[in-house]
Design a protein around this ligand. Structure first.
Ligand code: HEM
Length: 224
């Protein structure tokens, strides 16, 4: 690995750590001439009830692109599938991803910005899946924060939870992203049973009733 890449990533990680401290969210960094501006994509007709962006127009969620190009993303500095590095004691998950091209990196950055905005706006991508409903519940209620930073083809994502229950949910989501989305481009597995197990655990006892109500009000049948 070239020395200057190490310096750039080191700076990137430092900035990310600062952003987490500030509770900031999706952020762009400029590296020399490289700008990581996220362009607004038109044609987003995504609704609360579809798969979260798998509709016919392609949409700003970039899910069809990510699914088709899932193999273009690697763990930084290796040829392995990206994995969220977990720290249970800090209740945090940290991703350091290298994309094949800058376009690939921008597509992922746009995906994250789009999803975070949806969750913060009280919307529910993939509302047939209780794991995604639970993640939306956690984000909307401020139980975890996400920060995203891109530098050229590298993307750093950090998710920081404030409760053990929220950590278990973002952890299960990270497993899905790594093991199915990135590894296989498989986006139709239903993780509801996993979410139910987490909700049944003692870590979630204080929010269980509220979360079950949230799910009951919002869960859609698959395909609707
Ligand atoms: C069923 C389609 C998908 C849906 C509904 C979806 C939705 C989401 C949501 C809600 C988040 C969390 C945002 C936040 O915490 O602020 C997220 C994060 C993420 N997504 Fe997707 N996504 C989908 C497909 C994909 C695919 C195909 C890829 C890559 C091949 C991908 C890569 C990621 C990554 C790397 C993250 C950040 C890590 C994490 O949250 O664990 N997603 N996505």
């Amino acid at each position: 690995m070239k020395k200057e890449r190490v310096v750039v990533l080191g700076t990137s990680l430092l900035v990310t750590a600062m952003l987490i401290g500030c509770g900031s969210s999706t952020t762009d960094t400029k590296k020399g001439q490289e700008s990581s501006e996220v362009q607004e994509t038109e044609g987003n007709h995504d609704t609360q009830s579809n798969e979260g962006g798998t509709d016919e127009s392609g949409t700003a969620s970039n899910i069809p692109y990510l699914r088709q190009n899932h193999a273009n993303y690697k763990e930084y500095g290796s040829n392995a599938t990206p994995v969220g590095v977990k720290d249970a004691s800090a209740k945090s998950i940290h991703w350091t991803i290298s994309a094949n091209t800058e376009v690939d990196a921008i597509k992922l950055q746009e995906h994250l910005k789009f999803m975070e905005e949806r969750l913060q706006n009280n919307q529910n991508p993939r509302a047939w899946d209780k794991l995604f409903l639970m993640e939306a519940y956690m984000k909307y209620n401020g139980y975890y924060a996400t920060s995203v930073e891109r530098s050229g083809t590298d993307i750093v994502v950090s998710k920081n939870a404030t409760t053990a229950c929220a950590y278990e949910i973002i952890s299960a989501h990270a497993d899905a992203v790594s093991g199915d989305f990135f590894a296989r481009g498989a986006i139709m597995v239903d993780y509801s049973a996993k979410a139910e197990n987490i909700l049944d655990s003692s870590a979630c006892s204080d929010i269980r009733t509220s979360a079950l109500n949230y799910i009951a009000q919002r869960q859609k049948h698959r395909g609707k």
